[in-house]
Design a protein around this ligand. Structure first.
Ligand SMILES: Cc1ncc(COP(=O)(O)O)c(C=O)c1O
Length: 382
């Protein structure tokens, strides 16, 4: 059943009335609830005698469970990973690649999802195949063509970070499975903003840092690991990921077993007393709204922003080719060099990635933001 949009929820954020913030793809504005959670948590570290097993062990399980719920996974399949590069690095460490085999990527992917594969391919004598940006912006057919019998890994996002161009993960997953390749998803730019059909897509690994669409802090996030990879090798050997680590009196009775499921991949110091409460508060809010409703809300805002941009001569990808939450705008003759500072001077905050003006709203965007965007764009392009 289709879901309706959320109302404008600006009062939940600390965004001044005269600021139009359209740069969630860079980093989200913090919810006030997330900020308060962080502030309270800083207080805890001032009085460490109050730090208890709840802070060491239970909160991390709460965060794991919330993210699992958000993507339709089991908490057992979720590790704490501070960055996309940490997650992809873990995946790369656990994929078997031999000479002549390939890793399929897209042109201009975010570097965190490129460097680990370049190293892996170089060490294995394999190759990274980079699918060029298609003229019609439909990435799926050329990606499918690149996935052949040599392919061992397909490492892609759900939409391109620069302009929101959609990738059909169902089609890619089916093709990857046919040739026996692993599917590694960088959902930095979509987890929390668009629903994921985890069960059908059945990816091998997913990384999702929290500071963008998960509305959380920087240096915190998640790595989903399919159950078939739960006995792999973590990026680091930290003590708290080992079985029995809650018994602080016996930490030097070194033990080879890890905690259950994907927990072996948890980053060291994953019990981060300040970031975890913030991570949890952001996820709780997202789950309360529902990702479908967030996506529908952002889709409608972007339809309005695209119409405004069109009046200024800018083009967006057609709605079937773009993700609902990120709007990539191009100017036929290119943008002036000083576009971003000019817009920022009028308190309109967007990003420029390559030749694309990247607009990424969230539920705080109001009608007056739309008017400000319209006016500021007109002046900056004049
Ligand atoms: C697609 C994508 N992946 C990853 C990241 C961030 O990577 P990391 O968490 O390794 O800093 C970004 C940041 O803009 C991104 O757009």
């Amino acid at each position: 059943m289709p879901v309706g949009p959320l109302p404008c929820l600006r009062s939940l954020f600390a965004i001044p009335d005269d600021v139009c913030y359209l740069n969630t793809a860079y980093m989200s504005a913090l919810l006030e609830s997330v900020r308060r959670a962080g502030e309270t948590a800083v207080g805890l570290k001032s009085q460490p005698w109050h730090v208890s097993s709840e802070h060491w062990f239970e909160r991390v399980e709460r965060a794991r469970a919330l993210f699992a719920q958000l993507i339709g996974a089991s908490p057992n399949d979720v590790a704490l990973a501070p960055s996309a590069s940490y997650g992809i690095g873990t995946a790369a460490k656990n994929v078997a690649l031999t000479a002549g085999q390939t890793v399929v990527l897209m042109q201009d992917q975010f570097p965190s999802a490129v460097y680990p594969w370049r190293r892996k391919a170089a060490e294995a004598g394999g190759a990274v195949i980079t699918v060029p940006r298609p003229a019609d912006h439909d990435w799926t057919p050329p990606l499918l063509d690149a996935i052949d019998a040599r392919c061992r890994v397909v490492s892609v996002p759900a939409c391109h970070w620069s302009d929101g161009a959609l990738i059909d993960l169902h089609a890619l997953s089916a093709r990857a499975r046919e040739v026996g390749a692993q599917l590694v998803l960088d959902l930095s730019q979509s987890a929390g903003a668009t629903p994921l059909d985890l069960e059908t897509i059945d990816p091998d690994w997913i990384c999702a840092p929290s500071y963008k669409w998960l509305l959380g802090p920087y240096s915190a996030g998640f790595l989903y690991v399919a159950p078939r990879h739960h006995s792999g090798v973590p990026l680091e050997e930290n003590w708290i990921a080992r079985a029995g680590s809650e018994d602080f009196s016996r930490l030097v009775d070194y033990i080879d077993d890890y905690r259950e499921g994907a927990r072996r991949y948890d980053v060291g110091e994953r019990s981060n007393f300040i970031l975890l409460p913030m991570l949890i508060a952001g996820l709780e809010q997202l789950l309360d709204w529902g990702v479908e409703r967030v996506a529908e809300t952002l889709r409608r805002i972007n339809v309005n922003l695209a119409a405004i941009a069109a009046r200024h001569g800018l083009h967006a990808l057609s709605p079937e080719l773009r993700s609902p939450h990120i709007l990539g705008l191009v100017a036929p003759g290119g943008f002036p060099d000083d576009l971003i500072p000019k817009l920022a001077a009028q308190s309109v905050h967007v990003g420029l990635r390559g030749d694309t003006l990247r607009v990424a709203p969230h539920v705080h965007v109001s009608d007056s933001d739309l008017q400000r965007f319209d006016y500021a764009l007109g002046r900056a392009l004049a």
